[in-house]
Design a binder for this molecule. Structure first.
Ligand code: UDP
Length: 235
């Protein structure tokens, strides 16, 4: 496998699948199966999961909820998704741990870097919930930060688009996919990959990002096998 330890970022919105809200069990199962495929091949997998299928701080603010309060609500939503994913993976026989940036002892461990690394070394999938644990951040930034902390080889951003395009492929049919692009080009061209905090963290710590379509079954394995799936962002 091309990478030994990965940080997979899954958006909460993607978990909605064909539903308008919440968690689609079909999508959940698919993600768990795809993760199992690579764990079975010896890849150490850590996951940061979003919460946009339930709640986002910015949207809450628009409806009159205090922003900080809304962000904490969003973080709690990511823990709900993490618990669902944990359960789906355990059903397939995987060993897992959920660690949260906000203490919730009855449902998960607190985030402890050394402990997370130990779990990974033992072949357990570690899910990081509650993002960074602070408001005004996103789970993309949490993905970059946790990846750096645990010494991951790459951040794999699983989305519903199969990479980074010259313009939005859902709006512009002539948009072309980059197979590889530099961090600097991402800034210069104003491409929408991850938020700036997330990208900057990766750039400063020389951590590559691969943006790929996680909704296509088996794609995670393809990325790890070194197939040119998605877009690679490097220095
Ligand atoms: N959030 C936060 N700090 C973090 C991570 C998340 O405040 O470190 C909040 C923020 O309100 C965000 C919400 O949790 O909108 C859900 O996360 P995100 O929007 O990143 O989820 P995704 O878009 O991946 O589904």
């Amino acid at each position: 496998m091309k990478y030994k330890r990965i940080l997979l970022k899954l958006s909460g919105e993607a978990l909605e699948g064909s539903k308008d809200y919440g968690i689609d069990p079909v999508r959940l199962q698919h993600y768990a199966e795809d993760v199992k495929q690579v764990v079975d091949l010896g890849v150490q997998v850590a996951i940061v999961i979003g919460g946009g299928n339930f709640f986002r701080g910015v949207d809450a603010e628009a409806s009159g909820i205090d922003r900080v309060q809304g962000d904490y609500m969003g973080m709690l939503a990511t823990v709900i998704n993490g618990m669902a994913l944990q359960s789906a993976m355990e059903r397939l026989g995987l060993y897992t741990r959920l660690q949260s940036g906000i203490k919730m002892e009855q449902v998960c461990e607190p985030f402890i870097k050394r402990r997370a690394v130990r779990h990974l070394e033992k072949g357990r999938v570690v899910i990081f919930g509650a993002g960074i644990g602070s408001p005004y951040f996103t789970t993309d930034s949490a993905a970059s930060l946790r990846a750096i902390e645990i010494g991951a080889d790459v951040v794999l951003k699983g989305t519903r688009v199969d990479g980074i395009y010259t313009s939005d492929p859902e709006k512009n049919p002539s948009a072309e996919r980059y197979t590889k692009i530099s961090f600097t080009e991402v800034y210069q061209k104003g491409l929408n990959v991850m938020d700036m905090t997330a990208i900057t963290l990766c750039q400063e710590n020389n951590l590559p990002i691969i943006v790929f379509d996680m909704n296509k079954r088996g794609n995670l394995l393809k990325v790890l096998s070194g197939e040119s799936v998605g877009t690679l962002v490097t220095a």
